[in-house]
Structures are given as structure tokens and as C-alpha cells.
Design a protein around this ligand. Structure first.
Ligand code: SAM
Ligand code: SF4
Length: 348
């Protein structure tokens, strides 16, 4: 795997130099935080229907999550994404957004954002905007109500649509994330492009990853995006563009709509060489890679002292162990998850 040198030690503003440099000279400037492992949906590729969730007492408090995030910001993290499980079902979650917005005000943080299934957006969209959130990701895999029910098991399609409308009305830039699912939504992608681009939203397609046990067989769901792109390009003019959002998506602009379409291809095109992120769970475990099991416990150093010295040292030590990349495999012979924890635990 080739490692690009030009992504190293990036510090766009000079106000908060990147201090977390991993063994492969990648600057870690992006933290994704799962604030709960719980969710009001049970998407088929993400969870089994009967999940056992963590006892609430094991979760970091919102104050502790704030302290964790702030410690990373002090170490040069420039982008925070709040995720889950479903982050907007965590009780009093707006307190965390409000509190973290102080780092946006001071200029030490560039972006505070969220990934959500959209179910609670009509309640929270304007509050998110008031906290300085500018862009959000909404996960939506289909525009067909029956399919939506089949994919999410418990989701309410109308609520999500209403949530998206409220988010746009609040002035948030919305990106729709759709997991490409063989035989489920592959025939709908044209409609999804028209839906998203018609409302000024980007659309990003994601390949399913082998994370956690689910009820079905992942080989039945997996749809390589190289095939999707080849198919789309028969009907749409896809022009590669250098647009980047700090995430792993590669974007094209669709000439006919003028909108952007992203591809996240952890399976067919591994993008680990430019990885700038780490993931914190709601119990304070830091995963240095979504696709590897190695982790660091940050809860113990957080709770051990009121000063952040121990925590900062633990963060630095964890980053020194960030692996080169993941090795996801989905095929009939490897019919087990590459990592046993669900995406909702590590934070998608
Ligand atoms: N509940 C929120 C949501 O759905 O947006 C945030 C957490 S969810 C785990 C984040 C993203 O991970 C979603 O876009 C979801 O589609 C995606 N996801 C979950 N499991 C996945 C898997 N096995 N492979 C690829 N994407 C997955
Ligand atoms: Fe919940 Fe998001 Fe997982 Fe769906 S993808 S079950 S909405 S955490």
C-alpha cells in the first residue's frame, strides 16, 4: 500500500497544530464519537433484531464525553462527528452539541457534525444549526416505503422524510448516505440521485462491510460499487472531481443534475493510506481502525484524575499503535464478520 506524504502534518489554520501523528506519518485530525450503542431502527446490514445493548451505567456521561472530545481537540483534532447507534436518541444529547460548539467559536475546531438515521431530525434540526453544525449525514437506503420497512425493520419513513425537510429548512447541508444492497436498492439508484440532487443534497453510496453478526448472509447483500458505477455511467455522465469532505468518499459530479455523487469503497478500493480518523465508543474505548480489534481504554485515564495529563498520554500512546489498514473480506468461504463488533458500537 502506498502512503501519500502530502497528507502529513496538515494544519490548515495554524491555530491548532496536528499533534497526533501515527506510525505511518498520517496526521489524526478527525474523531468520530459513538454516544450510544442503542438505536430506534434495526437495519438488516447493521444489527440483528434482538440486540443486547450495554447497561446504561457503563456509558460515559455527557460531561465525560465532552471532556474526551475536548482532550482530542487539544491534541489537534479539527473535526468531530457525533454518531452511534442513533446519536439523537441519547437523552439530552443537545447539551453535548451546545457544549462542544465552544470549540467552533474559539476556532480550534473546524467542524462539528453528526450522522443520523433522521428519525429525530424534525425535533433537533434547528437546535443543531444553532450549535454551529453546518453539514449532516442522513442515512437513507431507499425511497420505497416497503423496502424502507424491510431494511430498517422498525423505521418510520414519513418521519425521516419530514426530518430531512426540517434539516434543509434549518439551513443544514444534508448528505444522504445509502448502503448499496444487492437486489434491494440497486434498481433505485437513479431515483435516489434525482431525489437528492433535486433538493441540493449530495448522495454517497457505501459498500457493506463485514462488521458484527447479523441475522442474514452478507454475501447476499454485498454489491461492489465498481459495478454500480459502471452501470450508472451508461445513463449518467460521471465526471471525477477532487471534492473532499475529510472522509473517505471519492466524488463525481453528474453532468445531467449538477449534483455530487460519492463512493465509499472499503471493499473494492481500500482507502486506508489517507486515513485521518479514530473512533471512540460510548464507553470510552478508542478504536484506531474500524476494521481491526486493537483498542485503547481511555475511560480509566479520564476517571483517574481531574487533569488531562493521563488522558493525553493515553491518546498519544494509542495513536502510536494505529494499524496500517483493515483487511475486510466478504465471500462465501469467509462467512463470518471480519470484526465481531457491530458498526453501531464503533460508530459509523
Ligand atoms: N444511526 C446512525 C445512522 O444510521 O446514520 C448513525 C450510526 S450508523 C452505524 C452509521 C452508518 O453506518 C450508516 O450510514 C449505516 O448505513 C452504516 N452502516 C452500518 N452498518 C454497516 C455495514 N455493515 N457496512 C456498511 N455500512 C454500515
Ligand atoms: Fe441504527 Fe444506524 Fe445501525 Fe440503522 S445503521 S440500525 S439506524 S445505527
Amino acid at each position: 500500500m502506498e502512503f501519500r506524504q502530502d497528507i502529513v502534518r496538515r494544519d490548515e489554520t495554524g491555530t491548532n497544530p496536528a499533534q497526533l501523528i501515527d506510525p505511518f506519518q498520517r496526521a489524526i485530525t478527525y474523531l468520530r464519537v459513538s454516544v450510544t450503542d442503542r438505536c430506534d431502527f434495526r437495519c438488516v446490514y447493521c444489527m440483528s433484531e434482538n440486540m443486547t445493548f450495554l447497561p446504561k451505567r457503563d456509558l460515559l456521561t455527557l460531561e465525560e464525553l465532552d471532556r474526551m472530545c475536548s482532550a482530542f481537540v487539544e491534541k489537534g483534532v479539527r473535526k468531530l462527528r457525533i454518531t452511534g447507534g442513533e446519536p439523537l436518541v441519547r437523552r439530552n444529547i443537545m447539551w453535548l452539541f451546545e457544549s462542544l460548539s465552544r470549540h467552533l467559536d474559539s476556532g480550534t475546531l473546524e467542524e462539528l457534525t453528526v450522522t443520523t438515521n433522521g428519525s429525530q431530525l424534525s425535533r433537533f434540526a434547528s437546535q443543531l444549526a444553532a450549535c454551529g453544525v453546518k453539514r449532516i449525514n442522513v442515512s437513507l437506503d431507499t425511497l420505497n416505503r416497503d423496502k424502507f420497512k424491510a431494511i430498517t425493520r422498525w423505521g418510520d419513513f414519513n418521519k425521516v422524510m419530514h426530518g430531512i425537510d426540517e434539516a434543509l429548512a434549518a439551513g443544514l447541508q444534508v448528505k444522504i448516505n445509502a448502503v448499496a444492497l444487492k437486489g434491494v436498492n440497486e434498481d433505485e439508484l437513479d431515483d435516489m440521485i434525482l431525489f437528492a440532487h433535486g433538493r441540493g443534497m449530495d448522495l454517497t453510496l457505501i459498500e457493506t462491510m463485514p462488521l458484527g453478526d447479523i441475522d442474514g448472509d452478507r454475501t447476499d447483500q454485498y454489491l461492489p460499487l465498481s459495478m454500480v458505477r459502471a452501470d450508472l455511467s451508461q445513463r449518467w455522465t460521471l465526471n471525477d472531481i477532487p471534492y473532499k469532505t475529510g472522509g473517505p468518499a471519492r466524488y463525481v459530479e453528474i453532468l445531467e443534475t449538477g449534483g455530487r455523487l460519492g463512493f465509499i469503497t472499503p471493499m473494492t478500493h481500500n482507502f486506508c493510506e489517507s486515513c485521518n480518523r479514530v473512533r471512540l465508543t460510548c464507553t470510552g474505548t478508542l478504536y484506531m481502525c474500524l476494521g481491526q480489534d486493537d483498542a485503547a481504554d481511555l475511560r480509566a485515564p479520564l476517571r483517574a484524575s481531574e487533569s488531562n495529563d493521563l488522558l493525553h498520554a493515553a491518546i498519544t500512546e494509542a495513536i502510536s499503535r494505529k494499524p496500517k489498514g483493515h483487511d475486510f473480506v466478504i465471500d462465501r468461504r469467509t462467512n463470518r464478520p471480519s470484526v465481531t463488533r457491530h458498526m453501531s458500537v464503533t460508530g459509523g
